[in-house]
Design a binder for this molecule. Sequence first.
Ligand code: PRT
Length: 287
Amino acid sequence: MKQQTVLRLAVQKSGRLGDEALDLLKKAGLFWRADERRLSIQVENFPLEIIFLRNSDIIEMLRDDVADIAILGENTIQEENYSAEIRVTKDLGFGNCRLCLAVPKNSEIDLNGATIATSYPNILKSYLKKQKFSAKIIEMQGSVEVAPALQIADAICDLVSSGNTLRSHNLVEIETILFSSAQLVAKKGLAAEKTELFEKLLVRIDSVLSAKNLKSIVLNAPKKIIPEIIEVLPGLDSPTIMPLADEDWVAMHSVVTEDEQFWDTIQKLKALGASGILIQPIERVIV
Ligand code: PRT
């Protein structure tokens, strides 16, 4: 009997990307009962095995064919020079950070000729080359932010998200080298059956990403104000209009993005005479 093809997805075991990656897969309707602290788990309703790895090991496992696809930061892809080996990349919109150069507050360090501590020597090297700067790079695996205080380096090149780590070490950003977020990547050269599985998985993941910040709005309105409501209610498509028992009234449905204008829109609808406004989250959208 032919064995079922299973796609193998590598995700970070713990840390900044692991939990959000699993959360996204669950929202995409994937289901498993196994303990997430195991080395790997089998998804029960999709031919997918999730392999838990250290972030720094993921690309090696893709290269060694232990994994077919992975979720990892753009920073790691760039540092490991992996872009050319990827067939598809999908930005997942979490794990946002930036790789920055930072120096001690109030210092007037000239990067040209400085010593810079980093866990990203390859990205830094190519940045310095582009800028035609010569600087000495000190490679550190973690706690890069302590390097200036220990007088190991004049500056650092590290990931920043909230900026709290820099602030608490009296450091200030002077340059952003790279913006990064979590990416779903599929390596080149996957067999046709695995490619097909990946495309199916992508549809599910896309449906969750497309639904992000979307809200379903249902409201009741007097028939005579339908044109004004349509004007105010932005939607994916034109709103659905449904008759009500009271012939002078209708129910209207639309899907809108919860952006900065969202609550202004709701206020305007109310002011126009809409009532019973229901706002509900949307789980998935297939566009
Ligand atoms: O432990 P493991 O071997 O699995 O890997 P790891 O130590 O690289 O894991 P982790 O969880 O630190 O980082 C995994 C990925 O998360 C990174 O490769 C990035 O893609 C992403 N990410 C997003 C971040 C950050 N934000 C981040 N802020 N990775 C690290 N940081 C660190 C940064 O290095 C600095 O020490 O957080 C500190 C700064 O944070 P703020 O909020 O104080 O600015």
